[in-house]
Design a protein around this ligand. Structure first.
Ligand SMILES: Cc1ncc(COP(=O)(O)O)c(C=O)c1O
Length: 451
């Protein structure tokens, strides 16, 4: 056991970790990275099949991002954006983001994480309705199995018990509606369109029952990530948007995972034809080399904010590091690389091969459902393919597949619904995709033999 291992166990409190188990297993220490690979402290090279936490789009050795950070550190390591101040990288970044955003988005506001972006989006939805005198219009609709982060508002919107239990969440007015996962929740024989229609009608009924005058916004990840990589059924977002429009409810698109090419388009909103009022982003915005997030808002919201602050005196929110110049410079360079290296085109070109390899897993005896879009995917494990029956939760089969993959030098993640997620850096090539899915197949076989 290394000294670092002992120090970690003595002093570090780890997020989303079983604390007692940690005392026996100790930390998994990553020491360096190169391209799509990382090395642990025992010298093993592992393919990072989750791009960290769905975020290291450009891999682990992009020199242009290191240079952008060093240059900005030398020029101006810190400034802020309060009271009219700004910096060249923050200004340029806001322009580039708005230009990349769907029609109607007009302003960018900087934060430091996805959770902070979501909390800010909620505050903005409340602020907007207060500005319009609609002081009861405050509830946010989220979906069961959504993951929107862990801070007080974002953690309230997250629809996963493991991220709420013990923390007195939800702590804001929230309504959780059905999860749009056709494989698991559709009725027998129900088409994707019919399932989407049923969910939209149910949403409409729940809004009507609560009173539309009490509902501020609907928040959705275009593809639900941490809840299981759940890809919306055909027509879902078109139908949901029609319901929201009817009831004058804002659409917050949580693009923290999908944003910047993950689904093959710039935004998940582009892939699923979503016209958001507010967008939250982080992660791939800077390839996660430094923390930064952005909340993008429509001109309609901004105009209302401007008029409201004329009355209130100030747009009274902000944080010390929001728009940090070094993070902004790294994000700006990330967006330049996406353009100069046609990274999103690369995703679209790799996606068919990625999808072919994901779909091939469907033939494995443990796999009930295999799904992907762009360079994100998952397999859902079942004990019986015909009935879709799952293994007992206590068997933790997805976690076993994750561990077996690790033993074969591949990092994957077990996600709810006994699923295993795939989300490699966007720069992955076809040979590396093959290496990844060969290891997934071997890991599934390893686990299958033990069951
Ligand atoms: C869709 C989505 N929103 C928000 C968050 C929270 O981001 P962060 O961990 O940066 O706070 C995440 C994190 O995985 C996410 O996947």
């Amino acid at each position: 056991m290394s000294t670092l291992d002992q120090i970690d166990k003595q002093y570090a409190l780890h997020p989303f970790t079983h604390l007692s188990n940690h005392q026996s297993t100790g930390p998994f220490i990553i020491e360096k990275g190169d391209g799509v690979y990382v090395w642990d402290d025992e010298g093993n090279r592992l393919l990072e099949g989750m791009a960290g936490l769905w975020c290291t789009s450009l891999g682990f050795s992009e020199q242009r991002l290191v240079d952008a950070a060093m240059k900005q550190f030398a020029e101006l390591p810190y400034s802020h954006m309060f009271t009219h101040r700004s910096t060249p990288p923050a200004i340029e970044l806001s322009q580039r983001l708005v230009e990349m955003a769907p029609d109607g988005i007009g302003k960018a506001y900087f934060v430091n994480s996805g959770s902070e972006a979501v909390d800010t989006a909620v505050k903005m939805a409340w602020y907007y309705n207060n500005a319009l005198g609609r002081t009861e219009k405050k509830t946010i609709i989220a979906r069961q199995r959504a993951y929107h982060g862990v801070t007080v508002a974002a953690g309230s919107l997250t629809g996963l018990p493991y991220a709420q239990d013990g923390f007195d969440l939800p702590a804001i007015p929230v309504m959780h509606v059905e999860t749009p996962h056709h494989y698991r929740y559709a009725n027998p024989g129900e088409t994707e369109e019919a399932f989407a229609e049923r969910l939209a009608q149910s949403l409409d009924a729940q809004i009507t029952a609560a009173g539309a005058h009490t509902i501020a916004a609907f928040i959705a990840e275009p593809v639900m990530g941490a809840g299981g990589v759940l890809i919306p059924p055909n027509g879902y977002f078109e139908k949901v948007q029609a319901v929201l429009k009817k009831h004058d409810i804002l659409f917050i698109a949580d693009e923290v995972i999908c944003g910047f090419g993950r689904t093959g388009q710039v935004w998940g909103c582009d892939t699923y034809n979503i016209k958001p009022d507010i967008m939250t982003s982080a992660k791939q915005l800077s390839s996660s080399y430094l923390p930064i997030g952005a909340v993008l808002i429509s001109d309609r919201l901004y105009d209302t904010f401007q008029e409201y602050t004329d009355r209130l005196g100030v747009f009274g929110t902000g944080s010390t590091y929001g728009g940090h110049p070094v993070s902004a410079a790294v994000a700006l360079e990330t967006l330049r690389i996406y353009e100069s290296d046609d990274v999103f085109g690369h995703v679209r070109h790799r996606a068919p091969h990625f999808s072919e390899r994901v779909q091939a897993l469907q033939n494995h005896p443990l796999v009930g459902h295999a799904r992907s879009v762009g360079l994100i995917g998952a397999i859902e494990l079942v004990s019986d393919k015909a009935s879709k029956e799952q293994f007992p939760a206590a068997d933790k089969v997805a976690a076993k597949v994750m561990a077996a993959a690790r033993a074969r030098n591949l990092i994957l993640r077990a996600v709810p619904g006994d699923s295993v997620a795939f989300c490699p850096p966007l720069i992955i090539n076809d040979d590396q995709i093959d290496e990844m899915f060969d290891a997934v197949t071997d890991a599934l076989n390893d686990v299958h033999q033990t069951l």
